[in-house]
Ligand binder design. Structure first.
Ligand code: FES
Length: 105
């Protein structure tokens, strides 16, 4: 699993998603409830950027139709989305935020 440095902690604002690219994959980084989460930035319902949505209760809400995705699991809490969005492991090293979008083989 390859971790890539994508941001620093000081660049992240609580509950304000930041869109980054990791090996060509769009990822929304979210600092909330004292942790940093990485979730694929594209809604599973349509091609919409989740990082433009709001963060609440450890979930990110798609601004277009309102499905919320759990930042820990990627699962939607309600319609219209039915499929989860991939979530990725995050490592913090000092002030650096690292994400891996590769699967362990
Ligand atoms: S595009 Fe995200 S819920 Fe419809």
């Amino acid at each position: 699993m390859t971790f890539v440095r994508v941001a620093t902690l000081s660049e992240l604002e609580t509950d304000t998603p930041k869109r980054v690219e990791v090996d060509g994959t769009p990822v929304s980084l979210v600092q909330t409830e004292g942790e940093v989460f990485a979730i694929n930035d594209i809604c599973s319902h349509a091609n919409v950027s989740l990082s433009e949505g709001e963060v609440e209760d450890c979930a990110i809400e798609c601004w277009l139709h309102g499905s919320s995705f759990d930042l820990r699991t990627g699962k939607p809490s309600g319609l219209p989305a039915t499929r989860p969005v991939p979530v990725y492991p995050v490592k913090i090293e000092g002030d650096d935020v690292l994400v891996s979008v590769t699967q362990e083989s």
